[in-house]
Design a protein around this ligand. Structure first.
Ligand SMILES: [Zn+2]
Length: 200
């Protein structure tokens, strides 16, 4: 098993920073290090994490000044020693827009009957993209016509006309915003906020 092509690829990607050898970790064989240590896994190398903060009311938008204040506050949460964030942006959308969870969404179900309709939804997402929350659809499972913002996602998503987004935030401990931090963002914006975590 250990010299299969899959393991060889994992070991190759783990070589920068230098892969640890079997001698450095007694009891482990070289290829298993890259495969078992989360920090060396292929997903850690290629994925991006996002915090997406949106108003609780999907139609509500802040003033540009309030948006700038919230953006600056969120950036400040990741500016301590050893902290990092690639980018913090705020975006106003013309229409109600799907704030998705990226690759964290694996299952989408019908809100009425609970049937797995993930494949059908992915087709709609390809067609409507972020506008999916503004459309109605006739569900293939129970034949009912409902707004498509009622679909049930296994990883929380949201719908909004505004977001503050932090890309690849990092700080010691929990990098998601805590309840007090969310309350402060809400104060700055002038409206309650919801936190959506996304990974691409
Ligand atoms: Zn159904």
């Amino acid at each position: 098993m250990l010299d299969t092509p899959a393991h060889a690829v994992g070991a190759e990607l783990a070589s920068s920073p230098p892969a640890q050898t079997a001698e450095e970790i007694p009891g482990r064989v070289p290829y298993a290090v890259g495969w078992q240590c989360p920090g060396f896994g292929i997903l850690e190398i290629v994925s991006d994490d996002y915090i997406r903060l949106i108003p609780a009311d999907k139609n509500w938008q802040p003033t540009p000044e309030a948006a700038a204040s919230a953006e600056a506050y969120v950036a400040g949460l990741f500016s301590g020693p050893g902290d990092d964030v690639w980018e913090v942006t705020s975006t106003f959308y013309d229409q109600v827009t799907l704030i998705d969870a990226g690759g964290l969404t694996a299952l989408i179900t019908c809100p009425l009957c609970g049937t797995d309709i993930t494949e059908w939804c992915f087709g709609l997402l390809a067609e409507y993209r972020e506008r999916i929350g503004t459309k109605n659809g006739t569900f293939p499972c129970c034949g009912k016509t409902l707004p498509l913002d009622t679909l049930q996602y296994d990883a929380p998503v949201g719908f909004s006309r505004f977001e503050v987004c932090a890309m690849n935030p990092f700080r010691a401990g929990q990098w998601e915003l805590g309840s007090e931090e969310l309350a402060h963002v809400a104060d700055l914006l002038g409206h309650p906020v919801i936190q959506i975590i996304a990974r691409t």
